[in-house]
Design a protein around this ligand. Structure first.
Ligand SMILES: *[C@@H]1O[C@H](CO)[C@@H](O)[C@H](O)[C@H]1NC(C)=O
Ligand SMILES: *[C@@H]1O[C@H](CO)[C@@H](O)[C@H](O)[C@H]1NC(C)=O
Ligand SMILES: *[C@@H]1O[C@H](CO)[C@@H](O)[C@H](O)[C@H]1NC(C)=O
Length: 483
C-alpha cells in the first residue's frame, strides 16, 4: 500500500522535528493556561464587589461616595486624631426614655461623640424635664431662655454666636431646619441632617390615597396636605442649597438630594441612623419566656410581630385586613401587636390569635422582638427610615416591609433578609402567605443573615464613627481621603 511505501526520514532530522513538535505542543498548552491562571488571580483580587460582611473595599474621596458611609469599615481607635469643637442645633433635647425620632438621633449621636472626647455644645430649647444637671462636661447643654420645649432659633443663635466669637467651632450640625437656611447660609463648616424631605411626603401622600376604598371620601385634612405638598417640595428645592453639607439618613434620600434637589454630589452624604447595639440582640430564651408570659404557644405555627404607633399612615388598615384573611386559611398563625393608637381596638376584634400589648418599655420591646418569627412593617410613609426595622434585624429577625425606595435601598438590600410587598392588601396577603409557607426554620435562617447585616450597618457606634469622619473631613480635607 502507498501508505507503507513512504521513504524513511534520516534519523537526525526526525529527532529534531519530533523535539520541536513536542516543544510547540507543550507551549501551545501551557502558555494559555498560564494566562488563564494569571488573569484569574488578578481578576479575583480586583473585582470582588463585596468583602465578607458587606463591607466595600472602596477607596477615594469620601465626599464623592454615593452610598452610605456605614458600609465602610472605620477603624475604631479610642481617641480621635483631632478633638473637634462641635455646635449642635436641635429644637429639643430628650431626657429619660421619651421617644422622638429626630431628637433621639441627636442625643444618641452627640452623646457618643462627647464620649469620644469631642467638645460638643448643644443649643436647644428649655428642657421639659428640668432635672438634668448642668455640668461642665460634654455634651454641654445650652438652653436658650423661654418656655420649655419652645424652640426660638434666634435666641439659640445668639448663644452660639457669642461662643463662636470667643473660640470658633470646627463644625456646626443642624438637625433638620433647627437652624434656618438664612442663618446657615454663611457657615461653610455646617452639616444638616434630613430625617425626611418634602419629596418623600409627596410619595407618602400618593401611597396613602391609593389605599382609599372606591366609596370612601377623602378627608379634608388629607386633601389640604395633598394640595400643600407640591409647593413645599418646590420651596425646599429652592432653599436647601443654602446649607453647605447635607446628611441623608437613607440611600434613596441621598439620591433625591442629588437628582431632584440638585445639590452637588460632593455636598451630599448618606449616613444611616443607628440603634443602640446593647439594647437589641438575639436571645432565644428571652423570647420563649415572653411567649409563655403572653400565652402564645411555643410550638404554635408562625408568630408575626408589628410595633410602633397604631395609626393609619403606618399601614395598620392594610395589616388588619390582610391578617383577618390570613388567619381564616391558617388558623394557627399568631400576630403580636406592640404599641398603642387608634387601631388598637380594631386589632382586638380579630380574636384570640391577635395579642394587643400596648406601649412597651425598651426592655419589653427587646423581649417582644425575640418572641416573634418575622417582623412586619406595613408603613405607608416612606419618610426617613423606621428604626423598628433595624431593631428587629439586630434582634435576628427576618422582616416583611413595604417596597419603598428607602427600604429597598438601605434595609432589605438582599432578598435573604425578608420580603417586600407593594403597599396594598392583596400584595401584603400574598407575602404573608409566602412567609407562612416557608415556615419558622427558613425564617430563622433569614433572620441570621439580617442580624449580620444589621450588626455591620445599623449600630449607634458605626453611626458615630461615620459622623466623626464627616466632621473631620469638613474641618480638614486630608481626612476626606479614605482609607
Ligand atoms: C381639595 O382641595 C381643593 C383645593 O383646596 C379643592 O378645590 C377640592 O374641592 C378639595 N377636594 C375635596 C375632596 O375636598
Ligand atoms: C402545641 O402543644 C400543645 C400541648 O403540648 C398541643 O395541645 C397543641 O395541639 C400543639 N399545637 C400545635 C400547633 O402543634
Ligand atoms: C490638616 O491635617 C494635616 C494632617 O493631619 C496637617 O498636616 C495639616 O496642617 C492640617 N491642615 C489644616 C489647615 O489644619
Amino acid at each position: 500500500m502507498a501508505f507503507n511505501n513512504k521513504p524513511k526520514k534520516p534519523h537526525l532530522i526526525s529527532f529534531h522535528s519530533n523535539f520541536v513538535t513536542a516543544l510547540l505542543f507543550i507551549l501551545a498548552f501551557t502558555v494559555p493556561l498560564l494566562f488563564i491562571i494569571i488573569l484569574h488571580i488578578s481578576s479575583s483580587s480586583r473585582c470582588t464587589p463585596f468583602a465578607p460582611n458587606n463591607v466595600e473595599p472602596w477607596s477615594g474621596d469620601l465626599r464623592n461616595m454615593q452610598f452610605a458611609w456605614n458600609r465602610l469599615p472605620f477603624k475604631y481607635i479610642q481617641s480621635p486624631p483631632v478633638v473637634l469643637k462641635i455646635a449642635v442645633f436641635s429644637r429639643k433635647w430628650p431626657t429619660g426614655t421619651t421617644p422622638g425620632g429626630m431628637e433621639r438621633h441627636a442625643y444618641t449621636l452627640h452623646t457618643a461623640l462627647a464620649h469620644r472626647g469631642h467638645r460638643v455644645h448643644v443649643f436647644t430649647s428649655p428642657l421639659v424635664d428640668n432635672n438634668i444637671d448642668h455640668r461642665d462636661d460634654y455634651p454641654r447643654i445650652r438652653c436658650h431662655e423661654g418656655d420649655a420645649g419652645k424652640w426660638r432659633y434666634n435666641k439659640a443663635w445668639e448663644l452660639f454666636d457669642e461662643e463662636n466669637r470667643r473660640e470658633p467651632f470646627d463644625v456646626v450640625h443642624s438637625e433638620s431646619v433647627a437652624l434656618p437656611h438664612w442663618l446657615a447660609r454663611d457657615l461653610k463648616n455646617l452639616a444638616v441632617s434630613w430625617h425626611g424631605v418634602a419629596f418623600e411626603s409627596l410619595q407618602s401622600s400618593i401611597y396613602q390615597d391609593l389605599t382609599r376604598k372606591p366609596n370612601e371620601p377623602m378627608s379634608p385634612a388629607f386633601n389640604d396636605s395633598l394640595y400643600g405638598v407640591v409647593p413645599k417640595v418646590l420651596n425646599e428645592i429652592r432653599f436647601f442649597h443654602n446649607y453647605n453639607h447635607h446628611v441623608a439618613i437613607s440611600d434613596s434620600c441621598g439620591e433625591m438630594l442629588r437628582d431632584v434637589y440638585q445639590i452637588p454630589i460632593g455636598r451630599v452624604h448618606v449616613v444611616l441612623n443607628g440603634v443602640d447595639e446593647t439594647g437589641f440582640r438575639n436571645d432565644l430564651s428571652l423570647g420563649l419566656e415572653f411567649r409563655s408570659k403572653i400565652g402564645v404557644p411555643i410550638n404554635g405555627s408562625l408568630v408575626l410581630g408589628v410595633a410602633g404607633r397604631l395609626v393609619k399612615d403606618k399601614g395598620h388598615p392594610l395589616l388588619y385586613e390582610a391578617f383577618s384573611k390570613l388567619v381564616k386559611k391558617h388558623p394557627h398563625v399568631h400576630l403580636i401587636v406592640a404599641g398603642s393608637g387608634p387601631w388598637e381596638n380594631r386589632y382586638k376584634e380579630l380574636g384570640p390569635r391577635v395579642q394587643v400589648l400596648g406601649s412597651m418599655s425598651p426592655s419589653e420591646l427587646k423581649a417582644f422582638y425575640n418572641a416573634i418569627d418575622v417582623f412586619v412593617n406595613p408603613t405607608l410613609r416612606p419618610q426617613g427610615l423606621d428604626l423598628t426595622l433595624m431593631e428587629a434585624m439586630m434582634s435576628g429577625k427576618a422582616v416583611i416591609a413595604s417596597r419603598f425606595p428607602s427600604i429597598k435601598g438601605s434595609i432589605v438590600v438582599n432578598d435573604e433578609f425578608g420580603f417586600m410587598f407593594a403597599p396594598n392588601v392583596e400584595s401584603l396577603l400574598e407575602t404573608l402567605e409566602e412567609a407562612v409557607r416557608e415556615g419558622r426554620k427558613r425564617l430563622a435562617q433569614r433572620g441570621k443573615a439580617s442580624q449580620e447585616y444589621a450588626a455591620s450597618m445599623f449600630t449607634a457606634s458605626k453611626m458615630a464613627l461615620a459622623y466623626e469622619r464627616l466632621f473631620l473631613c469638613i474641618k480638614n480635607d486630608t481626612f476626606c481621603v479614605y482609607p
